[in-house]
Design a protein around this ligand. Sequence first.
Ligand code: MN
Length: 145
Amino acid sequence: MLSVLLVEDHPMNRKLFRDILEIQFAVREAGSAEEALELLEDDIPDLILLDMQLPGMDGLSLARKLKAEPARASIPIVGLSAHAMKRDIEAAREAGCVDYITKPITDDPFTFLERISKSLPLRQESGVGSQGPTEKMDRPDSLPT
Ligand code: MN
């Protein structure tokens, strides 16, 4: 089972996201970036769902930190935020987030899970993980194959 590290400080939001993620993933959760860093010491998840607004170190700083570390740079990070402004989304992308989901989520759980899954590394090769963020989101769906 693929694993997700959920980083969200608000207890009710954390429970909401955990309940949805657990349908499909093994979930570990952290209430702060500092706690997330501790969990990342003993386990590398397949994906991180990261709230941008956290007490202490914020989500952008955690994303930048992880992307600067070779051992962790390839973990896809999906940003989570109540801020939907273009500049917020761009800041998250620049910090290394492959996707950005605004709260509160309006998708049904399965649409949400499908969206999360799009950011997972492709794993047809020998488990080394992906080469990091790709441009896959820009690929048109209608290309002939
Ligand atoms: Mn928060």
